[in-house]
Design a protein around this ligand. Structure first.
Ligand SMILES: Cc1ncc(COP(=O)(O)O)c(C=O)c1O
Length: 450
């Protein structure tokens, strides 16, 4: 019997594959086709090394939860258990707690969004909203448009539903409307079915750029005219460093936008509480999909967050986070200017990430083992593309390490980059320094990389 192999070829008998010794998993041939996108990233093992304390990791997207008011959170937990224990410990509604959904409307109002708490669906982090949305909309072979680069773990999901991810370029003002129109026209002419545009318009992960005020209506108009749904992912919008960023896309358009939010970056990811705000019909399907997947999101986490929003100065806490991240970003940019002045990088107005461009000829993925040996880690740019682009880029996160560690990390990084540049200069013209396999995939990194 002929059976498709995950690497695209076919085998005529299962035993022959096993006898080649390539396959140590006895269930290799039983996995669904869609799991072929669920390969562990080639750099995963390196990141295990990079999590050692002596390594400065500029790789992860972990919020600095130590800046949270521990005593207030302890009090909140204690109060929830004392006063509402039986509710907190019980299953809840598939849509999420009503009071928390009302409070989420207050959070979203800060970014210009209005609507009904009845259209909010609470999920297990916004990551799970991405999963549910993909389950509802993607058939194998459908096209998902996204910025290039884009959030790695969203692409892992899209791939797992067998979507074709098509990147639309950005510049310092975010997604380029003309490029979006061109991509849509080309894909339509090729008979492709475009399901949605996945976008992180504000303080982009990984690019650190923000879609300008002027371009927002333009992007929405193009999507509307082409009947393309917009999936707006906005975990970082409230974490601005100076003036507030532009209002969310959802503030301008209700029917054509599904908006995703989360408490992971403004409170703590450990609660695993995010949400989707969707037009009625989509909301109904999201609730059903949520129930099918988890029955109900964690009652305990929802009640604790609801109590926290009720009692604590959560706006003040977000302001504290802004101050922490602003200082770290400034430290990173001044260290880059000092140690790597000839390179270019983005200057984010909020969020967690700087996107660095290396000189021609250097490859961030090939260089990573050398960087880890010098005790600094970053995420190679190829992780953020579905098609192997990004070899000359890397994402640097300033959210978690202290300013002192950031300076040390950038100094170490400069040693590595300058060393690579020296090698390149010395051996210029004698062939590539890296192996072609280093330009592959964007498959699943460890969860703390996100
Ligand atoms: C762009 C983007 N979307 C979604 C997520 C997932 O966040 P959550 O913790 O809410 O699942 C992240 C986390 O880093 C992110 O950067």
């Amino acid at each position: 019997m002929e059976k498709r192999r995950k690497n695209g070829g076919t085998v005529t008998d299962q035993g022959s594959q096993a006898s080649t010794g390539n396959n140590l998993d006895p269930w290799y041939f039983n996995y669904a086709e869609r799991t072929s996108g669920l390969a562990a990233s080639e750099v995963r093992a390196l990141f295990a090394v990079a999590s050692r304390p002596e390594v400065v990791s500029l790789a992860g997207g972990m919020p600095y939860v130590s800046a949270l008011p521990q005593d207030i959170l302890n009090g909140t937990l204690e109060k929830v258990m004392r006063e509402r224990g039986p509710v907190a410990l019980q299953y809840g509604s598939g849509q999420g707690h009503e009071r928390l959904r009302e409070q989420i409307m207050e959070v979203m109002a800060l970014e210009g969004i209005s609507g009904s708490p009845g259209d909010v669906v609470i999920t297990t982090g916004s990551q799970h909203a991405l999963e549910l949305f993909s389950k509802l909309f993607i058939d194998p072979g459908d096209v998902v448009l996204s910025e290039g680069p884009s959030y790695v773990t969203a692409m892992v999901i899209f791939k797992s539903y067998q979507a074709q991810v098509e990147h639309v370029p950005m510049d310092e003002h975010g997604l380029i409307p003309e490029a979006l129109s061109e991509h849509i026209a080309r894909l339509k002419a090729a008979g492709k079915r475009i399901k949605f545009l996945y976008t992180i318009p504000t303080f982009h992960n990984p690019a650190g750029v923000t879609l300008s005020e002027e371009r927002r209506p333009e992007i929405l108009r193009i999507a509307r005219e082409n009947n393309i749904l917009v999936l707006e992912d906005n975990p970082y919008g409230l974490l601005y460093f100076g003036k507030k960023g532009p209002d969310a896309l959802r503030a301008q358009e209700e029917e054509g936008v599904v908006y995703l939010g989360t408490f992971s970056k403004t409170l703590a990811p450990g609660f695993r509480v995010g949400w989707a705000l969707a037009p009625h019909a989509i909301r109904e399907k999201l609730i059903l999909a949520n129930e099918a997947a988890v029955l109900s999101p964690s009652s305990f986490s929802q009640l604790v967050i609801s109590e926290y929003l009720e009692q604590a100065d959560w706006r003040g806490q977000i302001d504290t986070f802004r101050g922490v991240y602003r200082e770290r970003k400034e430290t990173m940019l001044s260290a880059l200017a000092e140690y790597l002045p000839e390179l270019s990088w983005t200057d984010p107005a909020g969020g967690f990430y700087v996107w660095l461009t290396l000189p021609e000829g250097l490859d961030s993925k090939a260089m990573l083992p050398r960087a880890v040996r010098e005790l600094v880690a970053y995420t190679p740019g190829t992780a953020f593309y579905a098609d192997g682009q990004g070899g000359r880029n890397m994402r640097l996160s300033f959210c978690y390490p202290t300013p002192e560690q950031i300076r040390v990390g950038i100094r170490r990084l400069s040693t590595v980059i300058n060393g690579e540049q020296d090698l390149l200069d010395t051996f210029a013209g004698t062939g590539p320094l890296d192996h072609p396999s280093s330009r592959r995939d964007y498959s699943a990194p460890p969860p703390d990389i996100n």
